[in-house]
Design a binder for this molecule. Structure first.
Ligand code: SF4
Length: 226
């Protein structure tokens, strides 16, 4: 059992907007204060601590300036250890899918990272356990409310699809395959884990059709507003 340290490490949404060089108005300052206050609450969360084998350690990236939301499942063991979301092979693949460098991916003014469960849930016989259900129920609406500038949400895996897309009995494959039906602001994706290598081999349309469209949507979302 870990010490129970709760750590939302940089890069996260606590960094000041002053680094952008843009002038901030009163509403920006109050939004940043609201986000910082919420992050402090999240850091202190112990709601399901007795269900977490390594203890609470929320791993997320949140900043009201973010244009892209990565809505994933839950931090894995490596992300729990480092405190950095997607600091593993899944993250390398996801950045490649998005066409972003690590520097861009970890720029909170561009990308917010909010898994459905904020802490590592443990490992079962078939890989990591599902995100703790009480986490999204307790935190997600409030966290999403801190993201007024979002242009694109990457909806990764079953649990995020159940929340962000219409609850559907469709399989993950069917939901990803119907990516055009979810509009320009949502892109359903399989988990980028190496465990899905076989899925990627079986579904060549994903690399041929979806990934070029994803990279273009990411590029547009990152572009400065006219
Ligand atoms: S998983 Fe979510 S609800 Fe559970 S302790 Fe971590 S932040 Fe709190």
């Amino acid at each position: 059992m870990a010490t129970g340290e709760v750590h939302v490490r940089p890069p996260d949404g606590v960094r000041s907007s002053s680094g952008t060089g843009t002038r901030r108005g009163p509403s920006d300052v109050s939004q940043e204060a609201a986000t910082a206050s919420l992050l402090a609450e999240v850091r202190a969360c112990r709601l399901c601590a007795d269900q977490l084998p390594l203890g609470p350690r929320p791993v997320l990236q949140l900043d009201p300036r973010a244009r892209i939301l990565v809505a994933g499942q839950a931090p894995g063991r490596k992300a729990h250890a480092s405190g950095i979301p997607f600091s593993d092979a899944s993250g390398d693949r996801l950045r490649d899918w998005m066409g972003l460098t690590a520097e861009q991916f970890y720029d909170p003014a561009l990308v917010a990272i909010l898994p459905m469960g904020l802490c590592f849930p443990g490992t079962g016989s078939a890989g990591d356990l599902p995100p703790r259900p009480e986490c999204a129920a307790h935190w997600r609406e409030r966290l999403l409310a801190q993201l007024p500038a979002l242009r694109l949400t990457l909806v990764i895996g079953r649990h995020a699809m159940d929340w962000h897309l219409s609850r559907s009995r469709s399989s993950v494959t069917a939901l990803v395959q119907s990516w055009r039906a979810h509009g320009p602001h949502h892109m359903p994706l399989p988990h980028p884990s190496p465990r899905n290598n076989r899925w990627l081999q079986r579904n060549p349309w994903f690399a041929l059709e979806l990934l070029p469209a994803l990279r273009e949507r990411v590029r547009q979302a990152c572009a400065k507003a006219p």
